[in-house]
Design a protein around this ligand. Sequence first.
Ligand SMILES: [Zn+2]
Length: 556
Amino acid sequence: MMLTKLKGGKVYDPANQVNGEVRDLYVRDGRIVAAPVHDERTHCEYDLTGHIVMAGAIDLHTHIGGGKVNIARAMLPEDHRRDIVARTSLTRSGCGHAAPATLTTGYRYAEMGYTACFEPAVLPMNARQAHMEMGDTPIVDKGGYALLGSDDFLLRMMAAKSDQKAINDYVAWTLNSSHCIGIKVVNPGGISAFKFNQRAMDLDEDHSYYQVTPRQILTVLARALSDLGVPHPLHVHGCNLGVPGNVATTLETVKAAEGLPMHLTHIQFHSYGTEGDRKFSSGAARVAEAINQNKNISTDVGQIMFGQTVTASGDSMTQFRNAPFGRPKKWVVMDIECDAGCGVVPFRYRDTNFVNALQWAIGLEIFLMVSDPWRIFITTDHPNGAPFMSYPHLIKLLMDKTYRNSMLDTINPDAAAESTLASLTREYSLYEIAIMTRAAPAKILGLTDRGHLGPGAGADITVYSDDADKQKMFAQPRYVFKDGELVVQNGKITKVSWGNTHVVKPEYDKSIEQPLKTYFERYQTMRMDNFKISDDEMQEFGHANKLLSHPCRKQT
Ligand SMILES: [Zn+2]
């Protein structure tokens, strides 16, 4: 029963309304505990005077495992060569800048003070592979969102006008079988429509074969998650990603939620107008206004940062359209059984390019115009907008308007002139950054014992040395504790652990397996029983780490 004391740090813990107060924290058996009543001996003490203390950061949307990430790794040897990580006595070697290896991914996240990462596009057919890769990602906790909405089974159900109850059973069965914590929909129905030679599909446009619309798909899936009481709302990558004028679609997508909780991911890529000489403009103000007015909507930005990266997405329709812009010139678009598809296109965002420069400004505009930090999250949609290593730089852009404006002066002048960024004077506080990167993601994922520093929480704690340069401060924490163990000191790994896997297991009527069994035998390459991943398998993938199942609140 070792007791550790973290003494005298300035604590930012928004979930418990603690805003920069100097406090002591106590840790026992991997958990934060209340201050001992009697003069109990502490076994280990850290003097954190002058330091900033927050819960470990949580990235709720980062592509770290599964088919498309592996394709990105395989097709970009140049990405490995330019970023090689040597082994140390504790850590193994690795490589990769935009698509790093699993081990390098875990080390780097931990070294930045992150203690949980969620892979947003787990194809159920490929979930085993995704979990194996995540299980091989050290230190951080993991979780995945299962991809539905372009899978033939759901589209058949909808075409046959199945009732909502049957769809709920299928959604719950998918979450259980794939060991995921949420459901994501990518270009709803569009990945399937692409296979039927549709090259675009707007929110109210019919799938040419199934005769269902993206709006209908969003509505039944959002309803299913609400009925099942799954904490994380439907995670939506909407229609028309990257298409000028898609702001209109995004505003309609907000309405398609019909008041139910919905998370709109990488909203920056969905906030484009068609004004100006180049027919490409910012829709940030309209999108931010819609988010401010609709409390059921949350979002993450998918900020782009300048430089080389790779885009890896389930949205094969979009990636096929983007293929000619690939740098270096190569791309993959592939079909994945009856579930979905994916596309991988390497990309270089340039600050001299009008469109890229305006994309950068649009993301920042959204950050600064959405008023409630509990409903907007810091992401670059790693690696689509930029590798996750750019987060400290992004935080500095949000916290320091002088620095932000000095960057604005260096981008394509026409894009800078089109943007309202210079007029936005907001600077995020440390308290707000702690909300966006800790308290709010934990809340929206239903992780009651993460993202805060109250008694009972898992002792995932990040300690920063205060610095006026926020990029420097967030890039290299003084200490990171994972489940109470010191894993990083001065930005370097001191211990390698393996983190937990977060899942939900909503209840369902087992009779859904009858039509599924027939469907698998008729159309899929594996039997239904092999498709389902067992708890035992999950433990094996994850270096015998813990499966943490979060309760679903049944709605009445
Ligand atoms: Zn994404």
